[in-house]
Design a protein around this ligand. Structure first.
Ligand SMILES: NC(=O)c1ccc[n+]([C@@H]2O[C@H](COP(=O)([O-])OP(=O)(O)OC[C@H]3O[C@@H](n4cnc5c(N)ncnc54)[C@H](O)[C@@H]3O)[C@@H](O)[C@H]2O)c1
Length: 274
């Protein structure tokens, strides 16, 4: 890769780096010179990385243990955090919310004060979260909760808006990204997200199961006409995590091959759901 995006000498944390988008990101980061990649995942990545910390992003004790290891005495500061781990609604809604929202928020807030000045946080959200304006009040209600147990209780007490957890968890990630942008500037950091449409990863069959083939195929055809690859998404992630995005903050970058634009401009018909 050209020197425009250069991760040499940077300590980079990737959650969910075992497969899919996260694995593609790890590969791309290596191509960009990264030699201090730390993967946080429930599964050990095949790629050779500087460190693997077995971490369950749905478990606060596990997340706190990972933060303690990342910030161990003598360890260099983290420069860039990629919050990429996520699960689909084939799992219970509470699990989806724990991993996709509460865990992401906890790791971010525990690590943010020690991220090196000039660094970045990049979240993997989703186009499934694009309808956040319809639930902003509830989303803020959840994001305002303090402590893990209060967050979990909020989820249990708001089953109607949480629904199967996936879309709501990603709405929360989009709103969280914007809410944290000001805090990020106070630490001389940036926080952004990518919002992918369907991506050809091990998670796609789960989305087909929970969202139907019709919806998934329609969003692919109405967009670029081909499903996104993990590399398509990793390229957007690495850009937002790099100094090339030095003035980009609080942005939810839609990476959907044009699907959303076509929909907004009335250029695609709604799917025929039989
Ligand atoms: N594939 C898609 O169509 C699509 C679309 C939009 C957004 N996304 C998002 O992209 C992100 C990456 O997903 P992917 O599509 O690459 O799927 P994937 O299943 O290949 O990757 C998910 C990664 O998260 C890890 N993981 C799962 N549960 C975990 C936990 N409890 N703690 C720590 N790590 C855990 C997995 O081991 C894996 O490495 C997710 O946040 C997902 O919601 C995916």
């Amino acid at each position: 890769m050209s020197g425009l995006i250069d991760f040499s000498g940077k300590r980079v944390v990737v959650t969910g780096g075992y497969s899919g988008i996260g694995a593609a990101l790890v590969e791309l980061l290596c191509d960009a010179g990264a030699d201090q990649i730390v993967v946080l995942d429930i599964k050990e990545p095949q790629a050779s990385v500087a460190e693997f910390i077995e971490t369950d992003m749905g478990n606060p004790t596990s997340i706190d243990a990972a933060v303690a290891r990342l910030n161990a005495d003598g360890a260099p500061a983290v420069d860039v955090l990629f919050n990429n781990a996520g699960v689909a609604a084939t799992l219970p809604a509470e699990t989806v919310m724990r991993v996709n929202t509460l865990g992401l928020k906890r790791l971010t807030e525990r690590l943010l004060p020690t991220i090196a000045s000039g660094g970045a946080i990049v979240n993997t959200a989703s186009v499934a979260g694009n309808r956040w304006p319809e639930h902003l009040q509830q989303i803020n209600g959840l994001l305002d909760t303090e402590g893990w147990d209060e967050g979990v209780s909020w989820v249990a007490g708001n089953a109607e808006v949480v629904a199967d957890g996936y879309a709501f968890s990603k709405e929360c990630v989009q709103v969280y990204t914007m809410r944290m942008a000001k805090t990020a500037t106070e630490h001389r950091l940036r926080i952004n997200s990518i919002c992918p449409s369907p991506v050809d990863t091990p998670l796609l069959p789960a989305f087909r199961e929970t969202m139907t083939d019709e919806i998934i195929d329609w969003s692919i055809e109405a967009g670029a006409g081909r499903v996104a690859t993990p590399q398509d998404q990793a390229r957007a992630l690495i850009f937002l995590g790099s100094d090339m995005a030095s003035y980009v903050n609080g942005v939810n970058l839609v990476v959907d091959g044009g699907f959303g634009a076509a929909l907004l401009m009335g250029q695609v018909a709604l799917p025929n759901l039989g």
